[in-house]
Ligand binder design. Structure first.
Ligand code: 4NP
Length: 140
């Protein structure tokens, strides 16, 4: 799960998908394309909306996406076009590029909630919850 800062959207996506899968079978992680928040816990607003939905994400720590993720993961889900481009730019083969997908259908984006209000975090949660249901179906 990849966003820009790895403190708002992708930690939520990680927590939501982890809550739906068998951790013995699927390894889920998240990262940001930027280095701004490395080592920090998720944004308190993401922690809060996750908690309201029974999901604990406060132990996550932000890290930056590295090109070695292409060999570690079979799928790389990105939140928006801007981060899609940043991740694709690090891919070295077509096979690596094919692993990268926008997490929403029809080229839609999960809007960056960082400078927005609490409602945006709820909207983010709902979008990601639906997206993770679809990912889950694609794994079965
Ligand atoms: P995220 O949100 O990419 O969903 O983690 C953001 C977090 C921090 C910043 C931008 C977006 N920032 O500019 O610091």
């Amino acid at each position: 799960m990849v966003c820009l800062g790895n403190i708002c959207r992708s930690p939520l996506a990680q927590g939501i998908l982890e809550s739906k899968i068998d951790p013995k079978k699927v390894d889920v992680d998240s990262a940001g394309t930027a280095a701004y928040h490395i080592g920090k816990p998720p944004d308190p607003r993401s922690i809060e909306i996750a908690k309201k939905n029974g999901i604990i994400i406060q132990n996550q720590k932000a890290r930056q996406f590295h090109k070695n993720e292409f060999s570690r993961f079979s799928k790389i889900y990105v939140m928006d076009q801007s981060n899609y481009k940043k991740v694709i730019a690090l891919a070295e083969t077509n096979q690596e590029k094919e692993k990268v997908k926008l997490i929403l259908k029809d080229q839609n984006e999960v809007p960056d909630p960082y400078y927005a209000g609490e409602d945006s975090f709820k909207h983010c949660f709902d979008l990601l919850d639906n997206a993770c249901d679809r990912i889950l179906k694609s794994l079965n």
